[in-house]
Ligand binder design. Structure first.
Ligand SMILES: O=C(CO)[C@H](O)[C@H](O)COP(=O)(O)O
Length: 219
């Protein structure tokens, strides 16, 4: 199966976590696009979706899925999103689509985070995929120097302005063995909006697309 077919498979599989007439949290990315398409085609009526990006909002609206503001809900049963990397404990790196801050906000509203990913995303330790960090533009060079001092290399993502009007640094050369401590530390650096390590808001379940079908990992 191609990577695209694996994404379609897990996007479809995620429908089992959607309860009719509830509000669903929806992430961002090419795998989530497959989930949105599957949801629209399924005929399952939901009360609405809280979206993590303008990209997902536009796609859902075009398909007739009602989109609600995060401020309109107190809690969500489920948040469905992809990942750039996920380890065997459910910790993730996210932000390849530059939507990490809103993704973390919506994930934080949800009781269950369902990660949908193809098998190439499963790693032993986070850090193979360059770590996205959303930063206030004024602080980008300063934050890049801090990563450099840790032996890593941070590059400004060219031409990228997030939905929040900020920039993204992509950081190579990290091996993140303690994701919770790393997330807590980097999130406190002045000028960091959000670091793309999802530890506090890690996955509860991962639906992993493999050549043999969907493998369900629970954490
Ligand atoms: O974090 C994300 C967007 O900010 C995505 O979930 C992540 O980049 C995976 O995307 P894709 O499903 O296209 O591989």
């Amino acid at each position: 199966m191609t990577q695209d077919e694996l994404k379609t498979l897990v996007g479809q599989a995620a429908l089992q976590y959607v309860t009719p007439d509830t509000v669903v949290g929806v992430g961002t990315g090419s795998t989530v696009d497959k989930f949105i398409d599957a949801l629209a085609a399924s005929g399952i009526r939901i009360a609405g979706a809280v979206s993590s990006s303008s990209r997902s909002t536009e796609r859902m609206k075009a398909l007739g899925i009602p989109v609600l503001d995060a401020a309109e809900v107190d809690a969500l049963q489920v948040y469905i999103d992809g990942a750039d990397e996920i380890d065997g404990r459910g910790y993730m790196v996210k932000g390849g689509g530059a939507a990490l801050t809103r993704e973390k906000i919506v994930a934080d509203l949800a009781r269950t985070f369902v990660c949908i990913a193809d098998e190439s995303k499963l790693v032993d330790a986070l850090g193979k995929f360059p770590l996205p960090v959303e930063v206030i533009p004024m602080a980008a060079a300063q934050i890049a120097r801090r990563f450099h001092a840790m032996g890593a290399e941070a590059t400004l993502r060219a031409g990228c302005v997030t939905d929040n009007g900020c920039h993204i640094l992509d950081v190579k050369g990290l091996r993140i063995t303690d994701p919770a401590a790393f997330e807590a530390d980097v999130n406190q650096w002045p000028g960091v909006v959000t670091v793309g390590v999802f530890a506090r808001n890690k996955a509860s379940v991962c639906l992993l697309g493999t050549g043999q079908g969907v493998r369900t990992l629970t954490f």
